[in-house]
Design a protein around this ligand. Structure first.
Ligand code: CDP
Length: 230
């Protein structure tokens, strides 16, 4: 039997609109690794709760709904996709009801345990780039590559506002800042797996940096490692 090398895991954590998603997607594309957006799972659970009329602050009801739903995962064009009870929630994950409730769903310990287990199972899909809040600290603490992306709150609000204008054609930058700050606060202060700089993560402040520069730095570091261990 051939001796197989260990799969690469690149963990990219950071607060909302720190550049994680764009950077992670591009790094995955360039390296031909599978891209995993862990936030999509928490958003998926939130979408399901909203759709079923379950109050996200009612942990018992959310857990019951989670236990009754079936999640299936697949990789399409090197991107992790999933369905909940056979429905692909992708188009709804960034909607207003979901983004205003997702941080409340993500504090529920049982929800986190479920999502962490699903995320760890994705390692079976091969080399992966996973972005989130607790990837380098909880999901893959032994990942060879860990990054923590950050940016000033005003810069993050400007970026998210720009995205909202593109997707929804509206948005107020002050409201976006308030919403991001609220979500950051919940994410940073929750008891289980709060947003933090994982041990051993390289911190990159992306304020004023071009996305390409950040992507290139990560790709170069991974390639240097691949070449040295080939
Ligand atoms: O794109 P953005 O950073 O705004 O959000 P996201 O990555 O889709 O995550 C949405 C929310 O899910 C976060 O605000 C967290 O409350 C939660 N989340 C988490 O708790 N742990 C993760 N690994 C990923 C997301």
């Amino acid at each position: 039997m051939n001796k197989q090398r260990e799969h690469y895991r690149i963990a990219i954590d950071g607060p909302a609109a720190s550049g994680k998603s764009t950077v992670s997607r591009q790094v995955a594309q360039q390296l031909k690794f599978v891209y995993v957006d862990s936030g999509a799972l928490y958003r998926g659970m939130t979408w399901k709760a909203v759709r079923e009329g379950v109050d996200v602050k009612d942990a018992a009801a959310v857990i019951d709904l989670m236990d009754r739903s079936t999640w299936d995962f697949l990789v399409e064009d090197l991107i992790l996709k999933f369905t909940i009870d056979g429905v692909d929630p992708t188009d709804h994950l960034r909607s207003e009801p979901v983004r205003e409730r997702v941080a409340d769903i993500a504090v529920i310990q049982e929800v986190r345990a479920f999502m962490v287990a699903r995320l760890q199972e994705t390692a079976a899909f091969g080399d992966i780039v996973m972005e989130g809040r607790d990837i380098g600290s909880v999901v893959f603490p032994d990942a060879l590559f860990k990054y923590y992306l950050d940016a000033d709150p005003e810069e993050r609000a400007r970026r998210r506002h720009k995205e909202l204008l593109a997707t929804e054609g509206r948005g107020d930058v002050k409201e976006v800042l308030t919403s991001l700050t609220r979500r950051d606060q919940i994410d940073r202060t929750r008891k289980t797996a709060p947003l933090q700089i994982p041990l051993g993560a390289r911190v990159i402040n992306t304020t004023g940096l071009a996305i390409d520069q950040v992507v290139q730095r990560i790709v170069d570091e991974v390639n240097a490692h691949r070449n040295s261990s080939a």
